[in-house]
Design a protein around this ligand. Structure first.
Ligand code: NAG
Ligand code: NAG
Ligand code: NAG
Ligand code: NAG
Ligand code: NAG
Length: 679
């Protein structure tokens, strides 16, 4: 794969490795300290803080014990044909549409035109096409009401399985998808306008329309999972974590495991299961599947740390993937034409990416008793967008209130599930558990009960008495919400009393930037450009946002820059795309500037990643906030930090940096990008 991941992984793993000493006591100290293996990779550790990196490299492999699963049975071992029996606890994990310990309870997610405001009864689709109301799942065709995904009616429409078919029976005809505004009619059956629909009904339902003609006169974008081609008729592989380890079938993000296998990615297995991996029928899976964990479950030599990845009920992770209508979001890769792999541009891709790479990692253990760490995969950002409010479920615990409240409760509920079903949380009070929250201010609304754990996030805000600074009201974690039934005392009490980020145990990790972001980088062999601009920043400068967006930093900089003509006097290029856009492509500008700004947006903004990947020295302006890997890399060696109070002196401060100092910083930068963020 790419070096970026290896490096990210090493940093994360390395820090975790240091944790047993720092946080947990000294139980694995015997595996540290030997130096026989050091020296092999001389540059790996340059510029890192502390000794975690060297310790990781220096450890000796040890012999691990062979693992065998426990053998709890589920009351229905086939889980109603719509799930897998988790043999560790004797409870089925169910695909979308089903719930309960044996997957026998229907759990519908109908397409809907409006949200219920009380109770838990799904609303269902509009009774007739004139009925007002809009949600993203509003459906003028045939709804897959396991997932709230809308398909065509008519000749090329969806034909559900015959009534009375057994659970898990596929539809008789899949149907062409008809999702989102661009594929929804802008008029009802009587010719009255329909809010949010964008398409002339003739182009959808007419004789030459999308739902009727093999070669339609207009095509909906084919964004749905499992389909490709201009008319969306060609079957493609569905995306699952680790593609079910090659021991199962992927269905919209959910792995239906082969006989003898179970767990989130079908890596767990009962004694006697056939462990041979055979991808000869599906060669396109070879690049994206690994059965390293299955292999490593047999006794062999290993390196610490060993990480156990929980197979949480899917509602906390893959169910979100099952509910999405666009394969470009909620996962870091997708299958395209011919089952090739494409990397998506989803902002929060690090969540599925880290999860998948941990699942495939040689550091993964299937045996919780041998684990140094426990990773708890909860897909909070995918839930917040696009899943939340697109249909009638899921909510935590009613449709109202800020979405951060729902998400915080989702995390809390996952923790409570761990505590009731397995013994590992209580052993160390959660200190050896690792959670990832990727959203703007994600680190700030992690529930107090989870705070003993190691939190990975993008937002390194350190102050204890913090209030939300988002300009997006649904993400305001300081906004209280009271509901007589499920929130009589409000909700903010579950998150109060902690800094967003504790540098002694938490870690700020970079956002994943796909190859398209860095295709101009001189660090990747593209021709180096003269760095003719002193400073560059392009982005929203506050237009259309509340004044506290970016703590006001972007707005103040923009004003100062215009008022004092920084561009003319100092070659400082700061502005929104519509203003700074004519100067050249973003990546080209990053590659032709000496310094690049790292300032907040609604929380984090992945600007350090942009700067570092293009060899531009980051200028960090966000008081009391740690940038990525602040506790792992020595940021003094490759960046400049300026206080929020000193914005007006920015040109003077940068101009006082000598050519020699700049070169030292640039040299430090080449280390840091090697360590952390090079693709
Ligand atoms: C980083 O900077 C510190 C002090 O500013 C210095 O001691 C150290 O040698 C530098 N490290 C590298 C790799 O340049
Ligand atoms: C369809 O819904 C609209 C709006 O609720 C209503 O006015 C109309 O009478 C309904 N038409 C039929 C045929 O039920
Ligand atoms: C499909 O649904 C649309 C919108 O309700 C309707 O106008 C059209 O007649 C339907 N097509 C068929 C073949 O039933
Ligand atoms: C892609 O994968 C799907 C699902 O496994 C399969 O049906 C299809 O034939 C594959 N397409 C190609 C071109 O290999
Ligand atoms: C968030 O909500 C609180 C409480 O309603 C309010 O006082 C605060 O101004 C809001 N914060 C932002 C950044 O809008």
């Amino acid at each position: 794969m790419n070096l970026w991941l290896i490096c990210l992984f090493n940093v994360v793993v390395g820090l975790l490795l240091a944790m047993p000493e720092r946080v947990l006591g000294l139980e694995h100290a015997e595996s540290h300290g030997a130096s026989e293996f050091s020296g092999g990779l001389p540059d790996m550790c340059a510029g890192t803080l502390g000794t975690w990196c060297q310790d990781y490299q220096a450890q000796k492999p040890f012999m691990s014990k062979a693992w065998s699963s426990s053998d709890w049975r589920c009351s229905d071992e086939n889980c109603n044909n719509v799930g897998n029996c988790n043999r560790d606890i004797g409870i089925c994990d169910c695909m979308a549409g089903w719930t309960g310990d044996d997957c026998k309870t229907r759990q519908l997610r109908p397409c809907t035109n409006k949200h219920r405001k009380s109770g838990f009864q799904p609303q269902g689709p509009p009774q007739n096409s004139s009925e007002p109301g809009w949600t993203a799942s509003r459906c003028a065709g045939v709804c897959d009401d396991d997932r709230a995904i809308c398909y065509c009616n008519g000749t090329l429409g969806r034909i559900p399985p015959a009534p009375g078919s057994p659970p898990g029976t596929p539809p008789l005809q899949l149907g062409r998808p008809m999702v989102l505004e661009e594929c929804n009619p802008n008029k009802d059956d009587f010719g009255n306008p329909v809010a949010h629909g964008q398409r002339d009904p003739e182009l959808l339902f007419g004789a030459n329309g999308w739902c009727e003609a093999k070669q339609p006169q207009w095509q909906c974008p084919c964004v749905i999972e499992g389909r490709t081609g201009p008319t969306c008729d060609d079957p493609a592989e569905h995306t699952c974590n680790n593609q079910c380890s090659g021991h199962g079938r992927c269905n919209f993000g959910f792995c239906m495991c082969d006989e003898g296998f179970y767990g989130h990615d079908c890596a767990r297995h009962v004694a006697g299961a056939d462990l041979k991996l055979d991808l000869s029928q599906r060669p396109w899976l070879r690049d994206v599947t690994s059965d390293a964990a299955v292999e490593a479950s047999r006794a062999q030599t290993r390196l610490r740390p060993l990480i156990y990845i929980y197979d949480l009920p899917s509602i906390y992770n893959t169910r979100m993937v099952e509910y999405r209508v666009n394969k470009g979001i909620c996962f870091w890769r997708s299958f395209v034409e011919g089952n090739g792999t494409s990397i998506t541009q989803w902002t929060y891709s690090i969540a599925p990416l880290l999860h998948e790479h941990l699942l495939q990692s040689p550091h993964r253990t299937l045996d919780p008793e041998q684990a140094d760490f426990f990773y708890v995969p909860v897909y909070t950002s995918c839930f917040m967008h696009p899943i939340f409010m697109w249909a009638d479920a899921p909510f935590w615990y009613g449709p109202d209130g800020p979405r951060v409240m729902h998400t915080a409760r989702m995390l809390l509920e996952a923790k409570q599930w761990l505590q009731t079903h397995l013994p590992y949380w209580n052993r160390k009070g959660g200190k050896d558990h690792v959670w990832l929250v990727t959203h703007d201010e994600g680190s700030c609304w992690v529930p107090s009960e989870i705070r003993p754990s190691i939190i990975l996030s993008h937002w390194g805000r350190r102050d204890v008495k913090h209030v939300s600074n988002t300009a997006f009201p649904a993400d305001n974690y300081s906004s209280e919400y009271v509901h007589p039934e499920w929130s009589p005392n409000g909700w903010t009490n579950i998150i109060k009393g902690h800094a967003c980020y504790d540098p002694d145990k938490d870690l700020i990790i970079p956002s994943f930037l796909g190859p398209s972001y860095i295709k101009q980088s001189p660090l990747l062999g593209f021709p180096a450009r003269e760095r003719k601009h002193l400073l560059f920043f392009r982005g929203n400068m506050g237009r259309g946002r509340a004044p506290h967006y970016s703590r006001g930093i972007r707005q103040r900089l923009h004003h100062l820059s215009q008022h004092h003509r920084w561009r003319d006097h100092h070659s400082i290029v700061i502005g929104p795309p519509e203003e700074a856009g004519q100067d050249g492509e973003y990546a080209v500008m990053l590659s032709s500037s000496r310094f690049c700004l790292v300032v907040p947006g609604d929380g984090f903004s992945p600007r350090a990643e942009d700067a570092i990947l293009h060899g531009c020295v980051p200028v960090v302006i966000m008081d009391n906030v740690d940038p990525v890997f602040a506790t792992a890399l020595d940021w003094r060696n490759f960046s400049v930090r300026i206080a929020e109070d000193d914005l007006e002196h920015l040109p003077k401060i940068l101009k006082a940096i000598s050519q020699q100092q700049l070169e030292t910083l640039q040299h430090g930068l080449s280390h840091s990008q090697q360590q952390s963020v090079l693709v």
